[in-house]
Structures are given as C-alpha cells and as structure tokens.
Design a protein around this ligand. Structure first.
Ligand code: SAM
Length: 280
C-alpha cells in the first residue's frame, strides 16, 4: 500500500528545484508553434494548502518556497517559476502550492495535451476533482511507468515527460532507469526529466552510472542540496536528470542553483551540482 502523500512535502526545497527545472523546460519548448504532449507519471493531486494538517506538521515549505516569496532579486529562471506560484495564488498571499500538473496546465496552450498518472486512490480522487471538465487532460489511476511506455511516442512527436516517483519501494531506483531506457527506445527525441532524492548517495551514483552506460545521449544532471550528504538526516539533497534538455537549460541552472543553494542551504551547507552525464 502506498503511504507517501505529497501534501506533507509540497513547496519544499525539492519542489523548488524540480519545478524551476520544469518551468525552464516548458518555457523553451512552448516557444515553438507546434503542439506538445506533457506526460506526468506521478502527478500527485495538483494543489496543496499550506494550512493543511500535513503541511503544518512538517512545515517543509519554510525551507523551500517561503524564503523565496516576495524577493525581488530572484534569478530569471527562478522568477519565472515564482510567476507560476503567484498565478496559482491569484496574485495574493502565499496560501497554496501548485503541483506539477497545475504548473503544466497554467503554462501549456490550448493546442497541447496532458497525460496524468496517479496510483493512490485518494490522491487520484483529489486530482480528478481539481482538473475535471478539462478536455486537454487525460487522467489515469494506474502505474505511471507502464503508462509512459504505453503512450510513447506521442502523436505530436514533441513531448516533455516528468518522472517524479515517491521512491517508497527500493526497486524504484532500478525501475525508473529501465523505464527510461525503454521509453527512449520508443521516443528518442522526447525530453525526459527524472527527479531523484539523495537519501543514500550510493543509490544515485548507481543510477547515474547506469544512465551513462545506457547508450542514451545528451543527459544532464541538476542537483540542489541544503545539507551535506548524511546517513542520518533523510533527504538532504535532490536532483533532476534531464535527457534531451533544451540547449538553454544548463546556462539557466548556472544562473539559478548557486542562488538557491545559498538561500535555502542550512548552516551554510547548501550546495549544487551541474553535470553533463552524456554529451549530445
Ligand atoms: N509530481 C508531483 C508534483 O511535482 O507536484 C508530486 C508527485 S509525488 C512526489 C509522487 C506521487 O506518485 C504520489 O502522489 C504517489 O501517490 C504517486 N505514485 C506512487 N507510485 C506510483 C505509480 N507507480 N504510478 C503512479 N503514481 C504513483
């Protein structure tokens, strides 16, 4: 049984990194006047209140979106992400956090399509309520990794795929790599962004090395840590591995990650990694 609920974590430093990267990718891909398919393998429900019992219990947003809210010195890519959060809050105070499907929906155009997968029954019900009646969106209460394989290549031949698992099961680290390799065989030109948490660094080292040896070209990695790696403290860092990134993405993250590491880092331990895992 799945127990992870994103409402405990929405707007934390991992969401800041994930959604800054995602908005940069959307910003680039939506410049072209051709339909785009967005597929979110692990969607969550799409909207979170900072007043919920779950959010109030962890208050992880205090290490994420809250220290950025209202600042006028944000690097351009972070400011672009913040625009999405501001829009979701109807330009007023920061009360809600948009999940990845809401950010996507706000940015996408009428010509684009969204596929959302969510396996948790309650999260799926909430997601359906949040997005019902929108004919651009197809929602499925089923496994997102299988859904990804089944839907590649998209008919648009242009796609952005976000893979954002909860990593509750140890085998997920291997499953996401296997799925990426299979999906890439079906749709080699798609842009894929895989989110990962750093709880045990060895699991991420292994994932990186498997991707490096997969034969897939053009892979970059962007990571933001708020504390040095630690075996005791849970998630101290998280990253996005992007296959076929926009050519602008690395420069945009060079502008953003030093600022985020400095602003969100704890006890001066914030750090970032920007790495080309495989060249074009
Ligand atoms: N992508 C969301 C965002 O950025 O706002 C957050 C997603 S959260 C990290 C992961 C979600 O995946 C949880 O809601 C969980 O219930 C769901 N989930 C777990 N395993 C799944 C699977 N095999 N297929 C689809 N969804 C799954």
């Amino acid at each position: 049984m799945l127990s992870y609920r994103h409402s405990f974590h929405a707007g934390n430093f991992a969401d800041v990194l994930k959604h800054t990267v995602a908005t940069s990718i959307f910003n680039y891909m939506l410049k072209k006047d051709k339909p785009l398919c967005y597929l979110d393998t692990h969607s969550g429900c799409g909207a979170y209140s900072f007043q919920s019992n779950e959010a109030q219990k962890t208050k992880e947003f205090n290490n994420g979106i809250f220290p950025l809210w209202g600042r006028e010195d944000l690097p351009v890519p972070v400011a672009r992400y913040m625009e999405q959060v501001v829009e979701f809050n109807a330009q007023t105070k920061l009360a809600h956090y948009p999940g990845s499907p809401s950010i996507a929906l706000q940015m996408l155009r009428d010509i684009d399509r969204l596929f959302l997968f969510e396996l948790h029954p309650n999260e799926f019900t909430n997601m359906r309520e949040n997005f019902s009646g929108n004919r651009q969106i197809k929602m499925a209460k089923s496994d997102g990794l299988q859904g990804l394989i089944a839907n590649m290549p998209p008919k648009e031949r242009r796609g952005f795929i976000l893979i954002d698992p909860s990593y509750e099961i140890k085998t997920e680290y291997q499953e996401v790599v296997d799925t990426l390799i299979q999906a890439h065989k079906r749709f080699a030109t798609g842009t894929y962004a895989l989110w990962y948490p750093v709880v045990k660094r060895a699991a991420i080292d292994q994932m990186e090395s498997e991707l490096v040896n997969s034969g897939i070209k053009n892979i970059q990695l962007f990571e933001l840590g708020i504390r040095a790696d630690s075996a005791e403290l849970g998630m101290t860092s998280s990253g996005m591995i992007v296959i076929n990134p926009p050519w602008t993405l690395q420069q945009e993250m060079q502008e953003s990650l030093p600022f985020l590491a400095k602003t969100l880092g704890q006890d001066g331990q914030g750090f970032y990694r920007i790495k080309t895992l495989v060249k074009e």
